[in-house]
Ligand binder design. Structure first.
Ligand code: ZN
Length: 579
């Protein structure tokens, strides 16, 4: 196939223009594709879809973050660059190779040779030139910059004449301020952010230092560094996060923000002493992935409406409950963002601060020096706030301060430890809050659990098996009218319910799931609920009222989400069985 002829056939190039392109190709060392794209004679997307059609080779357009560094390493960089081919995905023993010129016989030969050497089989795909260039950039950015920084660093270590393994004295102090170490750490951080890694691990081994990145839940060993740079890198990270660099025997925690790719990214650092030296784990807190809207979190429909109504009131308490790791803080952040607008003073007390939110005055409590939620809250109230977020209501004092703050015209967001939304009111009473204060202060009580979200690419719709159908019917029998109505709309012709199965594909690293979503229950303060609270607080009466106001329990919300194909029924059963 000749690409120029093809373009003439398709009336994209005139015969005259085609001749010019051919001449240019002969004169330069460029390929026809590079010339037509360089002269903007055709759009890249069109060019490669035509080529894919003509060759009968499927086109792939992976994002940079989708190709792991581990896979990229399977073809040597020189070959990749020369033949314009990069590995995309490795499954079992088959390597998927993206090629810009799959018709090139030399490239085919080179690939066969590599496959024999590495004893893998392969499948070729067409990729666009821009895809290739982006992937090569990812290759280079890590490898070359790291190598170069490493060389510079080694030179300086020699010049310094210090044994930085000892980790003492001015040598190390000075070294970590120097460009090479700074640069190496910057490259590590950037690699993590670019590849959407959630964590970075820097681990000393016997002979070297391993840098691993967690992509899509899995750790990839992407970098091996000589042992002699370990202390300098660890020290640099400690300085960034204001930790003590001369203290290596006890674990330390800290955090820092750094600009990466033009955005401010937060990093939470934890060090841990091991027999071979200090290990560092860094959690990447990218606001672009961590700060989400309420609908993205799985709060939708009636639940979303209840929370929005509470947020629009001039004052009141919004309480989120759920075990540690149930995502309640993320939900509060999302509500904060909903409320966040100029002209409001928003103050938060947190432990720890997870994400930095623009426009919010966030403060980290330090119970060890007497700055806890209660004392911080007293201080905050003197700061003329409109909206207050308190990490957690743990004790009577904080509970009473939170109620007081809501009563005096503030919106207060906080979390509480109860199993479900209905448990919030009895819990507040347990914490010594007078029942008559609750109806006028509590706006909304919500509870949540996290479940894995099904991968959109590979989930499979199936008729629910008999035990599953029964489980759904049983739960629906207990549900409110509103929930029943919603579920009815999802039944098949024969009254059957459909669920979705997790399959697994490249997009989701064969897990069948991608990211997480929360299941919720949201209880609003209504005149009916006020009545119950003022007369006699009983869980039974609250449960009845919850059903009357159409609340879906977490389990029911989960079943609706499973019927909707957002998650699997197995996930719902798993989290509902948790205490
Ligand atoms: Zn998938």
């Amino acid at each position: 196939m000749d690409i120029i002829e093809l373009l003439v056939q398709k009336n994209i190039l005139s015969a005259e223009k085609a001749k010019e392109v051919q001449d240019e190709v002969k004169k330069s060392s460029k390929r026809a594709e590079e010339v037509v794209l360089g002269e903007k004679l055709i759009d890249e997307e069109l060019l490669f879809s035509l080529k894919s059609e003509a060759l009968g080779i499927p086109l792939k357009t992976p994002d940079v973050g989708e190709v792991s560094l581990k896979v990229l390493e399977l073809v040597p960089e020189d070959s990749a660059k020369y033949y314009h081919m990069v590995p995309l995905f490795h499954a079992g023993n088959t390597l998927e190779i993206g090629m810009v010129y799959p018709e090139d016989l030399n490239a085919q030969e080179a690939l066969k040779f590599l496959a024999r050497q590495g004893s893998f089989s392969y499948k070729a795909f067409l990729i666009r030139l821009s895809t290739f260039e982006n992937l090569m950039k990812q290759y280079r950015s890590l490898k070359e910059e790291m190598k170069e920084a490493l060389r510079e660093l080694e030179k300086e270590i020699e010049a310094e004449g210090v044994q930085i393994r000892e980790g003492k004295g001015v040598g190390l102090q000075r070294l970590v301020q120097e460009a090479p170490v700074t640069k190496m750490v910057a490259v590590i951080l950037r690699t993590a952010v670019e590849g959407n890694a959630s964590d970075i691990h820097i681990e000393p081994a016997k002979e070297n230092v391993r840098v691993r990145f967690r992509f899509l839940g899995e750790l990839h060993s992407s970098l091996v560094l000589p042992l002699r740079v370990q202390q300098a890198i660890v020290a640099r990270i400690k300085i960034l996060s204001s930790l003590r660099i001369d203290e290596m025997r006890i674990p330390q925690d800290g955090r820092f923000s750094a600009p990466v790719e033009g955005r401010m990214i937060d990093f939470r650092v934890s060090t841990f002493p091991t027999a071979l030296g200090e290990k560092v784990a860094i959690r990447v807190l990218d606001p672009a992935t961590g700060l989400k809207g309420l609908d993205e979190l799985g709060l939708e429909g009636a639940n979303l409406a209840k929370v929005k109504a509470a947020a629009q009131r001039p004052y009141g308490l919004i309480l989120a409950t759920g075990p540690t790791g149930s995502g309640k803080t993320t939900t509060l952040y999302a509500i904060l963002q909903l409320l966040n607008r100029e002209g409001l003073n928003i103050v938060s007390l947190e432990d720890p601060i997870e994400y930095l939110v623009a426009g919010v005055n966030q403060s980290q409590v330090r119970p060890e020096i007497g700055y806890d939620f209660a004392s911080g809250l007293r201080q905050i109230l003197r700061q003329d706030p409109n909206i207050i977020m308190v990490g957690e209501v743990r004790d009577k004092e904080t509970a009473s301060l939170v109620i007081h703050a809501a009563l005096t015209g503030h919106i207060v967001l906080s979390t509480l430890h109860t199993n479900n939304a209905q448990g919030v009111i009895p819990r507040l009473v347990d914490m010594g809050i007078d029942t008559y204060l609750i109806p006028s202060t509590l706006s909304v009580a919500m509870s949540q659990r996290l479940v894995r979200r099904l991968c959109e690419e590979c989930k499979e719709k199936v008729v629910a098996q008999k035990p599953m159908q029964q489980l759904i019917e049983q739960e629906l029998a207990l549900a409110s009218l509103q929930v029943k109505k919603q579920a009815e709309g999802l039944r098949g012709k024969g009254k059957e319910f459909f669920v979705y199965k997790a399959r697994g594909c490249k997009k989701c690293a064969s897990s069948g799931y991608s990211g997480r979503i929360a299941i919720f229950e949201v209880l609003s303060m209504t005149p009916e609920l006020s009545e119950i609270v003022l007369n006699k607080v009983s869980e039974n009466a609250i449960a009845k009222e919850a059903k009357r106001q159409g609340m879906a329990s977490m389990r029911q919300d989960g079943i609706l989400k499973a019927l909707d194909g957002l998650t699997t029924l197995e996930e719902i059963v798993r989290v509902s069985d948790e205490p």
